[in-house]
Design a protein around this ligand. Structure first.
Ligand SMILES: NC(=O)c1ccc[n+]([C@@H]2O[C@H](COP(=O)([O-])OP(=O)(O)OC[C@H]3O[C@@H](n4cnc5c(N)ncnc54)[C@H](O)[C@@H]3O)[C@@H](O)[C@H]2O)c1
Length: 428
């Protein structure tokens, strides 16, 4: 098949690269000329394990191209994917400017009989509106469920594919494309598919917020959230995923999708009390973490230095959009603290936000030099088994604030650390 992807970001690049690796002829287009130039020069703008190899392999055999000539890209293909970003408006609603920008542009190209696959996350009813604009084409809503950090694997081995359309022909073509990756293809109307995407993301966000609320109850009562997690996740009705207490969710999807669904609900006259509570609890997790620091070191942090391990919103990605690290650093700077950070991949993105306001270490132990305490924000693998003797010898005080419950509290207390984590009382 000849396939064009419009919007070569996280989802578009992954989609394009995986489809070309599956044997299709793929053009990845983007309006960002710098991004296209970088890709054409072999510089990949995002970090995903294995991505560079697979891009190079498919460019070499001329199955994958990058361009900012969207007209050419659309005219050359039979299937057009729309994978542009749908960020959050100030009122919480989804900003569809880029989606409609692409739709209006391609509607002017008088396309006939092409299949337009909308992958961007959009509010209920959007696909129908786009179908009305692109009259000669069949529009299918095909939400994406990949996780940053395991994007290629998730795309190539999805648990399900959702196709929202009433065009039997278009659905059959997409079934042929996706049949290679997944047997569980669920076809439904586009409105149900749109809600499915939001319901999936907000349900996972709700699991995280629920567990964080239970964690605070554990902390106050002397219980241990890690034991509670083990106890409830053994129940297959509850499942194991998204039950880790900590600093909450971030990234470019969960926060905006929770807000967008709250907005949609209010437009429909539905009171989204659960979703609002999910949102509120997620913000509270940062406040509670910062409170532990000020309880220990005081509200005026001038003269104090903190080492931060982990900046990306989750491990195995360089993405810092809505990362808890950003909120934590901003607050500590405001209180007068000095900050030294280390992250295996996300330092360049954090530099774009904080520049010379903070210090950057080239390895995890150097970040501890002259620091009063260590703050663990993102649970990268390399932070899981550190040398605690080195940590203790470098820090001014043997104090760790762990926002991801990475270490075992009793073990750290036994070797002389003050260890603050989530869901376990300080003195338990
Ligand atoms: N990132 C994820 O993990 C993920 C997962 C599932 C779904 N989604 C959804 O997929 C969509 C895309 O997300 P993303 O993270 O890939 O976004 P992104 O910001 O990484 O990439 C979007 C790309 O679209 C390009 N673009 C914007 N307007 C354009 C236009 N008019 N013409 C051509 N290119 C244009 C941008 O330059 C950018 O490269 C969003 O709706 C998001 O909610 C994201």
């Amino acid at each position: 098949m000849k396939i064009t992807i419009i919007g070569t970001g996280y989802v578009g690049l992954t989609t394009g690269v995986c489809l070309s690796d599956a044997g299709h002829q793929v053009i990845c287009a983007d309006s960002d000329i710098d991004k296209i130039n970088s890709l054409n020069n072999g510089v990949i703008p995002i970090y995903e394990y294995g991505l560079e190899d697979i891009i190079n392999r498919n460019i070499k055999i001329s199955r994958l191209f990058f361009t900012n000539d969207i007209k050419m890209a659309v005219e050359k293909s039979d299937i057009i994917y729309i994978t542009v970003d749908t960020p959050q408006n100030e009122d919480g609603s989804a900003n569809l400017r880029n989606v409609y920008g692409v739709v209006e542009y391609i509607s002017g190209l008088l396309l006939k009989n092409k299949i337009v696959v909308l992958k961007s996350t959009v509010p209920v009813g959007t696909t129908d509106k786009i179908q009305n604009i692109l009259k000669g084409c069949s529009v299918v809503y095909n939400p994406e469920f990949l996780r940053q950090g395991s994007a290629l694997n998730d795309f190539m081995h999805p648990e399900r594919i959702i196709l929202g359309s009433n065009s039997v022909d278009a659905v059959n073509v997409l079934k042929e494309i996706y049949g290679k990756f997944c047997k569980n293809i669920i076809v439904m109307d586009s409105k149900s598919a749109e809600i499915t995407k939001y319901a999936a993301n907000t349900f996972l966000s709700a699991k995280i917020s629920f567990m964080n609320e239970i964690a605070q109850i554990c902390e106050k009562s002397g219980a241990n959230i890690e034991m509670v997690k083990e106890g409830i996740s053994a129940d297959s009705r509850i499942g194991e995923g998204f039950l880790s207490a900590g600093l909450g969710y971030g990234g470019s999807c969960f926060p905006k999708d929770v807000n967008a669904l709250i907005y949609t609900a209010s437009e429909l006259g539905v009171s989204a009390d659960i979703l609002k509570a999910v949102n509120k609890r997620n913000k509270l997790q940062i406040t509670l973490f910062l409170q532990k620091i000020t309880d220990r070191f005081g509200t005026d942090l001038s003269g104090k230095t903190f080492a931060i391990w982990g900046l990306s919103y989750k491990p195995n990605t360089n993405d810092t959009r809505n990362a808890p690290s950003v909120a934590v650093i901003n607050d500590l700077i405001e209180k007068g603290a000095k900050i030294t950070v280390y992250d295996p991949r996300a330092v360049d993105n954090i530099k774009k936000i904080f520049g010379s306001k903070i210090n950057y270490a080239s390895n995890m132990y150097d970040a501890l030099n002259y620091a009063d305490a260590l703050l663990l924000i993102t649970e990268w693998n390399e932070f899981k088994n550190p040398d605690f003797e080195i940590i203790k010898s470098k820090l001014n005080y043997p104090v760790i604030f762990d926002g991801r419950n990475l270490y075992i509290k009793n073990n750290l207390n036994n070797i002389g650390f003050e260890y603050y984590c989530v869901g376990k009382a300080v003195n338990s």
